[in-house]
Design a protein around this ligand. Structure first.
Ligand code: PLP
Length: 417
C-alpha cells in the first residue's frame, strides 16, 4: 500500500489541532505518539470546554432543585441523554441509562436482570474473547444462581467459530453476551447475525460495544440487541460515565439495581416504590458533568463522521499490518486487517511485551502491554501477554512508520544484550 497516493477517508491533521495533549512533548521533548486508544482516548478542546463551561456557569445537582441553576444543569444533563439516544438510534431516551462505564452497565444487567431471570441450570453464552468486564459479572451470577456459562470458541485466526452456535444455543440459553469488537484481537464480530440466531433460540442478547461505539455507526434497533453497553472515556468523553441501552420492555420488567435517592417514586419506612425509567436505574447523584461532556463528545464525533472514522481506521490498520509485517520478528494477533477494527496486538520474537512497551515509551510512543483484561483469551492463544497498538481517527500513517522504526530499534537493543 502506497499510503502517500491513497485518498484518505479523512484528514487526521485537520482534527489533531483540537486535541491539546497531542501536541504536548513527552520524554525529553519528543512528540507524543498516542497509540493506546483502546484503553482510553484523548479529548478535544470542545469536550474540555463543555466541562469547564458547565462548572463555571451551569452547575447544580439535577432533578432536585427548584431553582434556576438546577433547571439549567438538568436540561444539559437530559440533553446529553437525548444526544446519546439519537446517536445509537434508541426508541426513546427512557432506554438510555447513565452508568459509570461499560463495566457497571454489564454488572447492572447481571445483578438486576440476571438475579430476576436466571435459575439453576440456565445457560449464559459468552465467547472466548471477552474482556473481564463481560466475564466476571457472569461468574458472580453463576455463584449466586448455579447457572451454566458456555463459550463460543475462536478460530485459529481469532474469529468466532459460529459453526458451533447451533449446538451452543440450547433451550436453556437465556442470554448471549458478546463483545462487538475484541479489545485484543480487534475482531469485528457479526453481532446482527448472532442476535438473530439467539432470538430464534429464545435468548436475549447483550452487546459489549466498548470498542465499537467510538469507532463506527451503531444502530441498536438495526442490531436488534436487547442490551448494549459502552464507555464515555473510549469515545473522547470524560471518564466516570457510560451507558446501558436496554429495550424498554426489558428495563421496565427489571428490578432496580442500586437503591437510594432519585430512583424512587415514594419511600416509606418499611418499603419503596421505584421511579419510572430511566431514573429507576440511576440511584444517587448521577455523573452530571461527565454525562454533559459525553454529549459534547458525541457532537464532535458526529462532526467527524462515524463512517469516515471506521473507513479511515481500516486504512490505518491495513497500513500497520503491512508496515509492521515487514519486521520478521513481529507477529500480529487476530484476523486479517479487513476483518478487524483499529487494534493491532502483537508479540515480538525475543522481547517480552512489557519490554516492548518500555522501549517504545523511550521514543514517546504509548502502547499497552499485558493481558488487556482478557486473561482467558491470552491463555487460549498460548501466551501470557501481548503488546497492543490501538488507533483513533487522529492517528496518522506517519505515526505507524514511527512505531515500526522504534520496534526495529528495540530489536537492535535486544540483539546487543
Ligand atoms: N469491554 C471491552 C471490550 C473493553 O475493551 C473494556 C475496556 O477496556 C471494557 C469492557 C470495560 O470498560 P470500562 O473499564 O470503561 O468499564
Amino acid at each position: 500500500m502506497n499510503i502517500s497516493t491513497i485518498r484518505l477517508p479523512l484528514e487526521p491533521n485537520s482534527w489533531r489541532a483540537d486535541f491539546p495533549i497531542l501536541s504536548r512533548p513527552v520524554r525529553d521533548g519528543q512528540p507524543l505518539v498516542y497509540l493506546d486508544n483502546a484503553a482510553t482516548t484523548q479529548r478535544p478542546r470542545q469536550v474540555i470546554q463543555a466541562i469547564v463551561d458547565t462548572y463555571e456557569n451551569h452547575y447544580a445537582n439535577v432533578h432536585r432543585g427548584i431553582h434556576w441553576l438546577s433547571d439549567q444543569s438538568t436540561d444539559l444533563f437530559e440533553d446529553a441523554r437525548q444526544k446519546i439516544s439519537k446517536f445509537i438510534n434508541a426508541n426513546s431516551e427512557q432506554e438510555v441509562i447513565f452508568t459509570t462505564g461499560t463495566t457497571m452497565a454489564i454488572n447492572l444487567v447481571a445483578r438486576s436482570w440476571g438475579d430476576a431471570n436466571i435459575r439453576t441450570g440456565d445457560e449464559i453464552l459468552l465467547t472466548e474473547m471477552e474482556h473481564h468486564a463481560n466475564l466476571v459479572p457472569w461468574h458472580q451470577l453463576q455463584e449466586r444462581t448455579d447457572c451454566r456459562l458456555r463459550h463460543i470458541p475462536i478460530t485459529d485466526d481469532g474469529q468466532l467459530n459460529l459453526a458451533t452456535l447451533d449446538t451452543l444455543l440450547t433451550d436453556r440459553t437465556r442470554l448471549v453476551s458478546i463483545t462487538h469488537v475484541s479489545n485484543v484481537l480487534g475482531t469485528i464480530n457479526p453481532v446482527a447475525e448472532i442476535v438473530a440466531r439467539a432470538h430464534a433460540a429464545g435468548a436475549i442478547v447483550l452487546v459489549d460495544a466498548a470498542q465499537s461505539a467510538p469507532h463506527s455507526p451503531l444502530d441498536v434497533q438495526q442490531l436488534d440487541a436487547d442490551f448494549v453497553a459502552f464507555s464515555g472515556h473510549k469515545m473522547m468523553g470524560p471518564s466516570g460515565v457510560g451507558v446501558l441501552y436496554g429495550k424498554q420492555s426489558l428495563l421496565e420488567a427489571m428490578p432496580p439495581f442500586l437503591g437510594g435517592g432519585n430512583m424512587i417514586r415514594r419511600v416509606k419506612l418499611d418499603r419503596f416504590e421505584p421511579a419510572d425509567l430511566p431514573a429507576k436505574f440511576e440511584a444517587g447523584t448521577p455523573p452530571i458533568v461527565p454525562a454533559i461532556g459525553l454529549g459534547a463528545a458525541i457532537d464532535y464525533l458526529l462532526q467527524v463522521g462515524l463512517q469516515k472514522i471506521h473507513d479511515y481506521e481500516q486504512v490505518l490498520t491495513q497500513y500497520a499490518h503491512e508496515t509492521l509485517g515487514r519486521i520478521p520478528e513481529f507477529h500480529s494477533l487476530g484476523p486479517a486487517p479487513e476483518r478487524k477494527a483499529g487494534i493491532v496486538s502483537f508479540t515480538m520474537d525475543g522481547i517480552h511485551p512489557h519490554d516492548v512497551a518500555q522501549l517504545l515509551d523511550r521514543h514517546g510512543i504509548a502502547v499497552r502491554a499485558g493481558h488487556h483484561c482478557a486473561m482467558p483469551l491470552h491463555k487460549k492463544l498460548g501466551i501470557t501477554a501481548s503488546s497492543r497498538a490501538s488507533f483513533y481517527f487522529y492517528n496518522t500513517p506517519a505515526e505507524i512508520d514511527q512505531l515500526a522504526a522504534a520496534l526495529e530499534d528495540a530489536l537492535r537493543v535486544f540483539r546487543r544484550r
